[in-house]
Design a protein around this ligand. Structure first.
Ligand code: ZN
Length: 443
């Protein structure tokens, strides 16, 4: 059944005028009330005969770019498809999603990459292809061929590239292509099967602890190898302050390293596994009736409050380049099991802006820093521009920051609803998303 809220990138380019919105463009630091006129998908000086959309009270920003999403196609389409995952993206204000290769089979060939890029979608889909064949950690993929097919980087997300020698080989080949390794930094031998962040909450709950050193060990290994190879390294879903310290030091030395953090590692904490539903800047309120909720299992696991606050400070000062969702759809039954058996991951495309706005309301982040971390800064990492200026292709999101919504599983664009935020009231309602000049979401 067609849902009238959503459009496709193959639709006719749009013509409209957004009247009276607050336009925030992190690419030039501007923040002003002005109209945006779009004719046939292009931002123009004026479009007098076009539909006028009252945008008073709305914020208009460059379209968001998610560096880390799981679209589950091919092979796991009960959880998500390219169509449903990009509808979730459009609903969340995203105009680009970078699809991870954790599909069945994994995206490890030029044909597989080409099929994903060509699929009809409500957002641009860029592919991060597998770093090793079948994502099995053995032999490297043909990264040159994958790059020619459109891959914007490689990753064995779900796991780190297992050995330092293999990582060094990979980085040397990527360096000559100018493509980054998107690393899931986790040393499995240190993680040791841990299912929640090591700390007082894990001890109280009796769950196997995941030591933060599992992440730091790979972050430090990869920075050293990328520095030696003069290669680009992107560290995804960082969850510890010590990892961010290593990134800060590497950036200061001129290493080509970037990183992202997820909304859930910024705002939720390990106390959520114990049943708390308070955010990182609030006192936890663990409630036994909500403890062991499989929807709070994610990898890397939800961080300590200290780490979350440190990562938030990193977004505020720019050490963290981007907020990426790690949107990880799973069917409900894979979460309705004992916590340690729950599939790790939660959906995030449709709640990322709202969780970001919570951090703004709490005074932890400026609105412009939030929007830069969602739009222009990740877009730059994948070589995309964002258009709000005359002559550019319209690529934007318009949202009402003062409106609220209940995260309702029945109205999500995603085919899955695995998130502890479902049924919560969150701030910020997306009204319009325009990707590549086409309306992809409107309500
Ligand atoms: Zn990962």
């Amino acid at each position: 059944m067609r849902d009238a809220r959503f459009g496709l990138l193959t639709d006719r380019p749009a013509t409209f005028v957004l009247v009276g919105g607050r336009v925030i463009d992190p690419s030039d630091g501007s923040d002003e009330e002005r109209d945006i006129a779009v004719r046939d998908g292009l931002v123009v000086e004026a479009a007098d005969d076009a539909e006028r959309i009252d945008a008073s009270g709305w914020v208009i920003a460059p379209g968001f770019c998610d560096l880390h999403a799981h679209l589950r196609e091919p092979g796991i389409s009960g959880a998500e498809t390219i169509a449903s995952g990009t509808r979730a993206a459009a609903h969340g204000g995203f105009t680009t999603v970078c699809a991870m290769p954790n599909t069945d089979p994994p995206l490890d060939s030029a044909d597989a990459v080409g099929a994903v890029v060509a699929a009809p979608a409500s957002a641009r889909v860029r592919v991060i292809a597998a770093a090793t064949r079948r994502r099995a950690g053995g032999e490297l993929t043909a990264v040159e061929e994958l790059g020619r097919a459109g891959a914007i980087g490689v990753s064995d997300d779900g796991a780190a590239v297992p050995s330092a020698a293999l990582t060094a080989d990979l980085l040397a080949r990527l360096a000559s292509l100018g493509l980054p390794l998107f690393e899931h930094a986790e040393d499995a031998s240190v993680a040791g099967g841990g299912v929640m962040r090591a700390g007082p909450a894990a001890t109280r709950l009796g769950l196997a602890p995941w030591p933060p050193e599992a992440e730091v060990a790979i972050v430090e290994r990869d920075i050293a190898l990328a520095e030696a190879a003069h290669a680009r390294l992107h560290l995804t879903h960082l969850s510890t302050a010590r990892s961010l310290d290593a990134v800060r030091a590497a950036k200061a030395r001129g290493v080509a390293v970037t990183c992202d953090v997820t909304p859930h590692h910024l705002a939720l904490t390990d106390e959520w596994v114990a049943g708390s539903r308070r955010f990182a800047w609030e006192e936890a309120d663990p409630r036994s009736e909500l403890a062991y909720d499989g929807r709070c299992r994610v990898n890397p696991p939800l961080a300590s409050r200290d780490d979350a606050m440190n990562l938030l400070a990193g977004v505020a000062d720019g050490a963290v380049d981007a907020i990426a969702t790690d949107h990880a759809p799973h069917p409900a039954e894979s979460k309705l099991v004992p916590f340690a058996q729950a599939a790790p991951g939660l959906i995030g495309l449709e709640t990322a802006l709202s969780v970001g706005l919570l951090t703004v309301e709490a005074g932890r982040l400026s609105l412009s820093a939030l929007l830069a971390a969602l739009s222009t800064r990740p877009a730059a990492i994948v070589g995309e521009k964002r258009g709000l200026r005359t002559g550019e292709r319209a690529d934007l999101v318009a949202f009402d920051p003062a409106a609220g919504w209940r995260v309702d599983a029945t109205t999500l664009g995603s085919a899955s609803a695995n998130s502890p935020l479902v049924d919560m009231e969150l701030p910020g309602v997306v009204r319009l998303t325009v990707a590549d000049g086409r309306v992809t979401y409107r309500t």
